[in-house]
Design a protein around this ligand. Structure first.
Ligand code: PLP
Length: 405
């Protein structure tokens, strides 16, 4: 029978966080099973509430938010983002440098689509948040993965990056704080990355969506503040720090030598215009969010929900024989390592499917984050302590005696 096929543009595009394992989980739920889902950083699903002032703002402005707005976003919202970065030291930031989007996701795809020609290369971390690899591939580019070193607290391996730069390399993606590893990079490391970009004329793409979700002594340094001669695109938004992932609200800031990127910026403007504008009602809340009470700070300190859940989940995972995990300094994920010899794991998607089938617990396999070895998986530490204990207990039960055929 005649079959309708998807575009070849999608041939190598992968987004396994919502891939085959999730589909199987949905089937199990349809059959009446209770699946514990540790697969997606969706705070609302775990009863984290948005700051009330954000909700009030959106509701209050709803009647006047019925029309399209400027394709780069509402004046008040972009002004608030502009001030936010000016206060961080980026004094030359103007309204024109800021694009609002339906979450950072839309802007990441836009930034890649506007830049890449077929065969252009983009340096992307491994492991990565897989949207970056997918967006590069969709745009005709080649994602070139650089290693983050687990032994070094998952910091990027500078020499590995350097060795992978070619005349076709257009840019370097830096996810800090990192999803999935939870690493928060030091200023020294970031300066080295900036220097590399400077030497090789690379554009920096700084995904900083977890900039306010940091623990212990970690300090987030915005990459854009470290140079004024390296073109830097910074991505951030309301999804995580303000716990409104579903509102789809993010922004992108262009900083550095913009005069050298006029044509690229024209391309960005064109793509922003083509999708008309981002969701308008939530743009009204950006000013309040950035200027208001930062309730995220209560969650990330001792006694706070995220802080305590991180400690508990990290400890419980490390207590499982054959599992070890670097303690995350930021974000909301753990990326534990499995002893592949002990468990004989050759296919980590199968591992995730087996765990799901046996213990009704949903995790994402490490290869879903473009990590090539089948020896990691990712969980969120968003469930409350009781549920975390149950979920990690299920993982321990499953691993006890597990060996892949
Ligand atoms: N970047 C990273 C590193 C993420 O983890 C996520 C979502 O989990 C996103 C971007 C997408 O965020 P948004 O909700 O703003 O589209």
């Amino acid at each position: 029978m005649y079959q309708i096929e998807k575009s070849h543009k999608l041939d190598n595009v992968c987004y396994d966080i919502r891939g085959p394992v999730l589909k199987q989980a949905k089937r199990l739920e349809e059959d009446g099973h209770r699946v514990i889902k540790l697969n997606i950083g969706n705070t609302a699903e775990f009863n984290f509430e948005a700051p009330e002032e954000i909700l009030v703002d959106v509701i209050h402005n709803l009647p006047t938010a019925q029309g399209y707005c400027d394709s780069k976003g509402l004046f008040s919202a972009r002004k608030a983002v502009m001030h936010h970065y000016q206060l961080q030291g980026l004094r030359t930031t103007t309204l024109e440098d800021i694009y609002l989007g339906n979450g950072v996701s839309e802007l990441i795809v836009m930034a890649m689509q506007a830049l890449l020609n077929n065969g252009d290369e983009m340096l992307v971390p491994a492991p990565d948040y897989p949207l970056w690899t997918a967006a590069v591939t969709l745009s005709g580019g080649n994602p070139v993965h650089y290693e983050c070193d687990e032994q070094a607290g998952w910091f990027p391996d500078i020499e590995d990056i350097r060795s992978k730069i070619t005349p076709r390399t257009k840019g370097l993606v830096v996810i800090n704080p990192n999803n999935p590893t939870g690493a928060v990079y030091s200023k020294e490391l970031l300066l080295e990355l900036v220097e590399l970009a400077r030497q090789h004329n690379l554009i920096l793409f700084a995904d900083e969506i977890y900039s306010k979700v940091i623990y212990d002594e970690a300090l987030h340094v915005p990459m854009s503040t470290l140079s004024d001669d390296v073109l830097t695109l910074t991505f951030n938004g309301l999804s995580k720090a303000y716990r409104v992932c579903g509102f789809r609200s993010g922004w992108m800031l262009v900083s550095g030598p913009k005069h050298r990127a006029k044509d690229y910026i024209d391309g960005l403007d064109m793509l922003a215009s083509m999708r008309l504008c981002a969701n308008v009602p939530v743009q009204h809340a950006i000013q309040t969010a950035l200027g208001g009470y930062q309730s995220i700070n209560e969650l990330i300190v001792p006694g706070g929900r995220l802080y305590e859940q991180r400690n508990l989940a990290w400890q419980l995972l490390n207590d499982i024989p054959g599992v070890s995990c670097v303690k995350p300094q930021g974000a909301m994920y753990l990326f534990p390592k499995l002893d592949v010899k002990k468990f004989n794991i050759k296919d980590d998607q199968q591992f995730a499917l087996d765990l799901l089938q046996q213990e009704k617990t949903l995790v994402v396999q490490g290869t879903g984050f473009n990590w090539t070895k089948p020896d990691h998986f990712r969980i969120v530490f968003l469930p409350r302590e009781e549920e975390l204990r149950e979920a990690i207990g299920r993982i321990a039960t499953f691993l006890d005696g597990y060996r892949q055929a």
